[in-house]
Structure formats: C-alpha cells, structure tokens
Ligand binder design. Structure first.
Ligand SMILES: [Zn+2]
Length: 96
C-alpha cells in the first residue's frame, strides 16, 4: 500500500557523502578538524589516509563546486573532501 516509488537512493549509509562523480569518486564533507580519511573498506577498516589539498580536479568538479573550489583528497583511497562549512579558514584569503 505505502510503496515508496520516489526513493532510488542506493545503499549509501554515509551521510557525509555529498556527491559521486561520473567515475565513481566519492565527494564528502570533512568533519570538523578532520585530517585523516574516515572511509571504510569492505572489511570495515578505516582508511586513515592523509587529506591533502588538491588542485588537479577536472571539469566535473569545477562544474559542481566551482573553479576555485577548496578540495582535499585522500592520498590513499582518492576520496575527495570539501571543507567543513563550520570550520574557519585559518589563513583567511591568503591561499597556499
Ligand atoms: Zn581514504
């Protein structure tokens, strides 16, 4: 009777995932002061790779988040992270 027909959401239990790129790359929002990746693999192990500022994103990321987007990437599993909106940028307008 109460069939949900408008819920094509796949199994995505991680609420911090905000987008998935065409090539399957996940885009997540960083937790406050998060510096290591919290992706889990199939065995439920935390990735814990370093999140590094990343400038080499392609057109799809530019379209979604802007050409000057602040993007971080896990150097281990390549998941992309956006800065947490509640986190104050430490360097103001000064970019590294
Ligand atoms: Zn990772």
């Amino acid at each position: 009777m109460a069939e949900e027909t408008n819920a094509p959401v796949a199994s995505a239990p991680d609420p911090s995932v905000v987008a998935t790129l065409g090539d399957g790359t996940k885009v997540k929002i960083r937790l406050l002061r998060q510096r290591a990746c919290n992706e889990k693999d199939a065995k439920n192990n935390i990735c814990a790779g370093h999140l590094k500022r990343w400038y080499f994103f392609g057109d799809e990321v530019k379209r979604k988040f802007g050409p000057d987007a602040e993007i971080y990437r896990c150097e281990h599993c390549k998941v992309l992270y956006l800065p947490n909106p509640e986190e104050e940028p430490r360097s103001g307008t000064l970019a590294w």
